[in-house]
Design a protein around this ligand. Structure first.
Ligand code: ZN
Length: 362
């Protein structure tokens, strides 16, 4: 392991002897009593030396072997060190053009995941992840493109029909795709975002491994209502985590993210709404599948759809990277009316029975 000070952290002198790494308070680490020897030693933490070489170098620059070791331990505890070998190996999991694009993403992961090599390990795992997005509208196609750009190894998009102007967005399908098959246009958006060239010759046989997560982002925005649809019940039974996303009228919704058996599901949300409004399931049924009550011109603000897609991709990433997304046992709403985002809590509904292994509330 060749150690380096995390390249994503800025360095600023608070006074002549106190060095602060990082600007954001949450990750900032401060070193005091920084003299010339310590300053020289810090310069050597550039990812070209392992611990043994650094201890030797500590002696050479006049810091001393033991103080150098204690300093390395402290830097590691504070989350300031990364493993340069692991970073290189993680990027090598991706094809060349994407590798170059992922530098800032890796830098971000190395801050979120503290220990040396932890961020690179998370990025390397992303290369193996398989996510399906159902719905290639303004929100769904954008989520797929963002996930692919962030290193998710396999992103597939399921939809039918041809692209309409209202499906297009700057983060998803371009207007020039109008009239093309949605599924083809979405696949190309994913390839573009991950700098992947379309493979020559016949396409590879489809990968039959189960998805790590499915995003339910139907074009009509009904993902915002969650609900225990047939598709959602199948995912629940199959143990496949899934995330509801949609923009309906002036509200964008991300969540719930359902971890089958462990967190509240879409049907829990319907039951919770029914407790407050007995007519809710009846209204919901009329909105489904070209029902007569549907809006004739569905609203979907472009900025709102893009924000929702970004938040959804962030939550998918958090979940797949082993952290808890705020849409687990809850959902996030973003409003086009005031630009505010808020999180609402969702409990497993006692009448649903979907929680056979509940996680602690959060
Ligand atoms: Zn449930």
């Amino acid at each position: 392991m060749r150690l380096t000070l995390k390249p994503a952290l800025s360095r600023g002198w608070r006074d002549s002897e106190t060095l602060q790494f990082g600007t954001v308070q949450r990750y900032a680490g401060v070193l005091d009593n920084v003299d010339a020897a310590l300053r020289d030693f810090l310069e050597l933490l550039d990812g070209t030396r392992d611990r043994a070489a650094l201890l030797e170098a500590g002696e050479r620059v006049g810091l001393g072997r033991e103080p150098a070791g204690a300093l390395l331990d402290r830097l590691e505890r504070t989350g300031l060190l990364d493993d340069a070998d692991a970073a290189g190996a993680a990027l090598a999991c991706f094809p060349q053009p994407l590798r170059e694009l992922l530098g800032p993403d890796l830098a971000s992961l190395s801050l979120v995941h503290s220990g040396p090599g932890a961020g690179p390990a998370v990025l390397a795992r992303r290369a193996e992840r398989r996510v399906e997005v159902r719905g290639a509208g303004r929100v769904g196609a954008a989520i797929a493109a963002v996930l692919a750009a962030g290193g998710t190894g396999t992103v597939t998009v399921a939809d039918h029909g041809r692209v309409r102007p209202g499906d297009c967005s700057p983060a998803g399908l371009p207007p020039s795709d109008t009239g093309r098959l949605r599924v083809t246009a979405a696949r190309e958006a994913v390839d573009r975002a991950s700098a992947r060239r379309a493979p020559a010759g016949p396409r590879r046989a489809p990968d039959r491994r189960p998805h790590d997560l499915v995003v339910l982002a139907p074009r009509d925005g009904s993902g915002a209502f969650a609900g225990g649809t047939h598709a959602a019940r199948q995912l629940l039974r199959g143990g496949v985590p899934h995330l509801y996303v949609g923009v309906v009228e002036e509200i964008g919704v991300v969540g719930p993210l359902v971890v089958p058996g462990r967190s509240a599901c879409g049907h829990c949300l319907v039951l919770a709404r029914e407790d407050e409004d007995a007519a809710w399931p009846r209204l919901l049924a009329q909105l489904a599948d070209e029902g007569p009550g549907r809006a004739r011109t569905p609203a979907c603000d472009t900025a709102l759809a893009t924000a929702v897609a970004g938040i959804a991709a962030l939550h998918v990433g958090l979940h797949l990277d082993g952290l808890r997304a705020p849409s687990v046992n809850g959902w996030c709403e973003v409003s086009a009316a005031d630009g505010m985002a808020r999180r609402l809590r969702l409990k497993g509904h006692p009448d649903c029975g979907c929680l056979w292994q509940p996680m602690p509330p959060g």
